[in-house]
Design a protein around this ligand. Sequence first.
Ligand code: APR
Length: 169
Amino acid sequence: MKISLIKGDITEIEVDAIVNAANSSLMGGGGVDGAIHRKGGPQILDDCMEIRQTCGECPPGQAVITRAGDLPAQKVIHTVGPIWQGGQLNEAETLANCYQNAIRLALEHGLYRIAFPNISTGVYRFPKKKAAVIAIEAVNEFEGHPDLEEVIFVCFDEENYGLYKELLL
Ligand code: APR
């Protein structure tokens, strides 16, 4: 499994699946969620609404999959990160679950190149350094998986990019 680091906009990345930092409603929002829905178009929200009707809200740490509409990626995996509340409410475990459940879901769908944003480090205020360590550790647990080809960390902001560069390279 190759781990890559890119500074840029995840909506422009051509991979099997990009991961969205969604909220439990799956009805879109700001940040990367807003960018994915804006650029991907209504197909993504249509699929999210169908998921809501059949399964209800997406709990933090869980992941669901939709088509990708006009995005270069094949699919979008929506996961809901923890809102940082000081670190005593299992935020670290929930964040790790986001990465691992997203990868599991991708593998179940035969998607072997996956791109992640820095989940929970924007609106949800998860400390960036802590989140980076958790994300990399969670992904490394899949080291050696026969099918998983590449995990790409896509950093939109300079601070996250610097942290991941320090930890990865
Ligand atoms: N590509 C890649 N990363 C992006 C992009 C983009 N186009 N836009 C923003 N980001 C980065 C931010 O810089 C941040 O590092 O995504 C990371 C996560 O930030 P948010 O998008 O704010 O997500 P999060 O902190 O998980 O909060 C989720 O925000 O947008 C709402 O609906 C969303 O309620 C949910 C909450």
